[in-house]
Ligand binder design. Sequence first.
Ligand code: HEM
Length: 507
Amino acid sequence: MATLAPHSDGRSDRTRPTAPTPRAPGGVPGLGHVVPLLRDPLGFMESLSRVGGVVETRLGPRRVRVVTAPALVHELLVALAHDAPRGAVQQTLKDAFGDGLLMSDGQAHRDRRRSMGAAFTRTRVADYVPIIQSVVKERIAGWGDGRLVDVEREMNHLALDVVTRTLFGARLDDDLAAAFHRALPDLVKGQIVHSLAPHPSFVRLPLPVNRRFDEAVRVIHQVVDRAVGERRDGLGERCEGLGERREGEDGGREGTLLALLREAVDPATGEPLTEDDVRAEAITMFGAGTETVSTTMTWLLHELARHPDVLARVVAELDAHLGPVADAASDVLTLEMFDHLPYTANTLREVVRLHTPNAFLMRTARRDVTLGPYRVPAGTELLFSLTALHRHPDFFPDPHTFDPGRWGAEEPAGAAARRVAMPFGAGKHKCVGEDLAWAELGVAAATILRSLSLQPVPGREAREVVWTTVQAQGLAMTFAPRTDADAGVDTDTDAHTYTDTDAAVDL
Ligand code: HEM
């Protein structure tokens, strides 16, 4: 395997020495590598890092090059961002949902990102914290009564509520949230099948996958219209959770992403954004900002239940800094509090590493480029998996082991891991919702773990299922109210060797 320093800042350079692109072993005529990819998607992607930094595969009739080396993924996303824009997967979504941030590129993307950025700054995310906390408290209200909790479904609902209430100032009823939850898998399945389809006309064939995809698109449009429509009517009059504080400064108008969008001007026309533009951005946020967070939260509970030592240490740290129970009316979390929870931060960081939601992302070279030592001809599709990248044994020793300790500043591997890790991507398309995501994870962990103890249920552990996100399917648990004995978990937080700066990056 080519040895590559993590995060080379090298631009594409024709004078670099080149190397032939190795082929993935095991392809069969006609299907290529479709079977191993479908049978064990992440195992297949992880295995390719032993073949080369860029590896040629065949998926049916298509030649797709898989980028496995972290430095090359980074180079692709940053130095080659202009020459290798997003590819077939995004195109499928663009056809269905319009030109939202996730689907757009070039000047249109830059303009839109600038006008929406103010909804995601750290200051604005700090404003969202009380809303997130109240969403979490509402969602977990009945969990402590011994019922079996479908963690995946609950977390999905929670993440959807957070986006709806923080960014759009609206509320979804339970039926709509459930419809959205049901629609996503069909959407994702259709998206994958369409992006790998041998011919564009495939999407019009009367196949179950296409019918379900169309139905999912319809449901998601309906959900977004109701959420956005409700908020749209009240714009300027009410801004839930932010309105009172902002009223004097700006009439409550800029409290949500929706308000920003309604104020934005399309530089190309000088006109306000159209309703379709606003809708496309809303759909983007629901699509990009819910399942990523909910799967991560589900994996967090899964890992904590399997690692009582880690759980005890997280709980002790939360209790020591925030107090033991989360149900008191006076319990108010702030973003700054999380700067003093280094072990909790490293635990969240480790969950996001081991269970990075974005299993597959793609780019397409629009001209001949050089990626590290590899020549990539124009038109080549480039596939990479951030999940597989974070399981690369050269950079994350014993990569399948859940170990928050690997992120400690004193660990020799800690610094290298930090340089290589990019769960939120890199470059101009780097996740706009990263700060919001960390806040959601931190607030959910602090609120759940200070008020409830986890009770794993044998046979109901999470099963890793890969779509475009890496899902934790099937996890169910019971919870019990925390008792004084739970609060006194025998863990010496003062003795930990983590520093506060460990936490500052993320939360
Ligand atoms: C654990 C949670 C999350 C993870 C791991 C994550 C990961 C990512 C990654 C890897 C990308 C880059 C995709 C690419 O380069 O093609 C991305 C982009 C994006 N994410 Fe997130 N995300 C998370 C949460 C969120 C949240 C909460 C929101 C908003 C509510 C959000 C909205 C977006 C948007 C709009 C983009 C496209 C940005 C652009 O192209 O400019 N994400 N995310």
